[in-house]
Ligand binder design. Structure first.
Ligand SMILES: [Zn+2]
Length: 148
């Protein structure tokens, strides 16, 4: 004995399961929940890129520090004694922020260990040359001819 219900999200008929009575699929269930109960806003736009709350905090502090930059200790708000593990975590965050900023003209840089972090204009990428340039050109052509 199977019974059929209309999905409350997409209105399609679906076979009722013991574990799923109101929605035809997990994605409809998730979509319905999203619409009726949107999760707390956890992303913030910076330079046109969405950052999580924690990354936004880090980004804002570095951006506010300007040309002087800001040290790991100041960023983390800890005394130098307890820096170790935290500054590793910070590095991971900054690396992730930089990956997100890749499409922008900005990058977070530090001149070395113990040096302050700064938000800087990215150096223009050197034009690829030789074999690499040829490969890039070939892949662009391939993409152009394979895109409908
Ligand atoms: Zn559905």
């Amino acid at each position: 004995m199977t019974s059929v219900n209309l999905c409350e999200f997409c209105n399609k008929p679906f076979e009722v399961l013991r574990t799923r009575k109101r929605f035809c699929s997990a994605s409809c269930s998730a979509s319905w929940k999203w619409e009726h109960n949107p999760p707390r806003r956890l992303s913030f736009p910076r330079l046109g890129v969405m950052l999580t709350q924690q990354k936004t905090k880090i980004f804002d502090k570095i951006a506010a520090a300007g040309d002087e930059g800001i040290s790991s200790r100041e960023l983390l708000g800890v005394s130098s004694g307890s820096l170790g593990i935290l500054s590793k975590r910070l590095k991971t965050h900054i690396h992730a922020i930089n990956e997100l900023l890749e499409e922008t003209d900005y990058v977070i840089k530090s001149d070395g260990i113990g040096q302050p972090y700064k938000l800087q204009l990215r150096d223009p990428k050197p034009e690829p040359s030789g074999r690499r340039a040829k490969l890039i050109q070939m892949s662009r052509q391939w993409i152009a001819t394979h895109q409908a």
